[in-house]
Design a protein around this ligand. Structure first.
Ligand code: NAD
Length: 250
């Protein structure tokens, strides 16, 4: 089936990997709803993408840690395009920094709400719609290489991303009967606002720990997400794909 009529919801679509994913899917003629906390950026990015790709992209403001907002974003996709075939649960923050012996419970909970509850909600509401439509679908969650080791991210962030990895496996098993695939992308060091403006520090980390000699770009991750959501990956589900210049393997 051509992707010409398909519709995707991309969370965290106003920046970084989410924006690049939206652009990549639009280039393949998907219809896209961007969801993001930041209305100003989101509306502007939708406008820029619309200018580049035509009128098949819109923006909805949503806090992905809030169930009503995620349900609303899924509904907005169905209202706008008559369907939802794909959810990219990508929105994220660095979360709480600090040792486990110091982190306040509310900071821990905030990290898990934005990084894990959000993915659960995107799966819950996206898959309900896909199941009701009976056409199958695909979901990709953005975790991180931090899911696999200590030291690749702040403690709460790493634990939350590990939860995202297994959530993807659990969801893949539950939804396979509905022909809904669920996969996880695990970026390494990618130059986006999330790592801050200190690209020099990122380069230093890269030189020390990452075998590949270039920094990763949002487009590097978007390319893999586009593969995972497309028909070429029709037999791929419950999988994690690391996009990290060899960081995890090193
Ligand atoms: P980014 O800061 O460029 O984009 C993240 C987007 O998520 C922003 O537009 C932000 O407004 C949005 N967002 C944050 N909290 C939200 C909320 N509660 N509700 C809705 N939207 C919210 O960062 P990015 O690097 O593109 O990050 C995308 C994903 O990739 C995140 O899940 C992040 O953890 C993951 N990741 C990034 C890297 C990296 O090196 N950049 C590495 C591994 C994983």
């Amino acid at each position: 089936m051509s992707t010409a009529s398909r519709a995707a919801l991309v969370t965290g679509g106003a920046s970084g990997i989410g924006r690049a994913t939206a652009a990549r899917l639009l280039a393949e003629e998907w219809q896209v709803v961007l969801a993001d906390l930041h209305s100003g950026n989101g509306a502007q990015v939708a406008e820029e993408l619309r200018e580049e790709f035509g009128g098949r992209v819109s923006f909805v403001r949503a806090d992905v840690s809030e169930e009503a907002d995620v349900a609303g974003a899924v509904a907005a996709c169905v209202t706008e395009f008559g369907r939802i075939d794909c959810v990219v649960n990508n929105a994220g923050v660095g979360g709480a920094f600090g040792a486990l012996t110091d982190i306040a419970v509310e900071d821990w909970d905030y990290t898990f709400a934005v990084l894990v509850r959000s993915v659960f909600l995107g799966i819950k509401h996206g898959a309900r719609e896909m199941r009701a439509a009976g056409r199958g679908g695909s979901i990709v969650n953005t975790a991180s290489v931090a899911a696999f080791s200590a030291g690749a991210g702040p403690q709460a962030y790493s634990a939350a991303k590990a939860a995202v990895v297994n959530l993807g496996r659990v969801a893949a098993a539950e939804l396979a009967g509905d022909r809904i695939r669920v996969n996880t992308v695990c970026p390494g060091l990618i130059v986006t606002p999330l790592i801050g403006s200190d690209v020099d520090t990122a380069r230093a980390v890269m030189r020390e720990a990452q075998p590949w000699p270039d920094l990763g770009t949002p487009e590097d991750v978007a390319e893999v997400i586009a593969f995972l959501v497309g028909d070429a990956a029709r037999f791929v589900t419950g999988e994690e794909v690391t996009v990290d210049g060899g960081l995890r393997a090193a």
